[in-house]
Design a protein around this ligand. Structure first.
Ligand SMILES: [Zn+2]
Length: 164
């Protein structure tokens, strides 16, 4: 799922609760439920892993990251949150799982240290969760990419409307 979607759902979650711990936890947990929904980026990730379409995946993630920063700037500048700290913690919680996956992809740990073992475990768990439902979606095992993009565009628009 777009980083931007995870960030804005984290913002909504952080805005809905009183405590910073709850804000962060809700944002973090929301990531896994959001990722479960088929969203069309499975082949993008496979292209990256196989080394065939690395550039395509990096451009996709780069554009997503820019969109995330812009949307967060707009949301934080335009909206007077009851607790900006909670909203920020919700956003961080929502993004953290994918940042950890990114860290795993960069470090490619060889399972020697405690940290490497935990990171590998987390990466496996994240992917298991990501595949939980899409493995049942037809023989392509995911939504078509363009449907995924359209669906996430609609969700992003609704989230921005919800927050602002
Ligand atoms: Zn994720």
């Amino acid at each position: 799922m777009f980083l931007a979607v995870h960030a804005l759902i984290g913002a909504v979650a952080g805005n809905a609760v009183q405590s910073p711990t709850a804000a962060f936890s809700l944002g973090f947990i929301s990531h896994f439920f959001t990722d479960m929904i088929p969203h069309g980026d499975e082949h993008m990730y496979e292209g990256y892993k196989s080394g065939n379409k690395v550039m395509r995946a990096l451009v996709y993630v780069g554009m997503d990251a820019v969109m995330t920063v812009v949307l967060l700037l707009v949301v934080f500048l335009k909206q007077d949150f009851f607790s900006p700290l909670n909203v920020a913690l919700g956003v961080i919680g929502g993004l953290l799982p994918d940042l950890m996956v990114g860290l795993f992809e960069i470090l490619k740990p060889k399972r020697r240290t405690w940290f490497a073992r935990k990171l590998s475990w987390f990466h496996g768990f994240h992917m298991w969760n990501h595949h939980l439902l899409i493995k049942h979606v037809g023989k392509e095992r995911d939504l078509p990419f363009r449907y995924g993009l359209a669906m996430q565009g609609v969700v992003l628009t609704l989230l921005v409307k919800l927050i602002m």
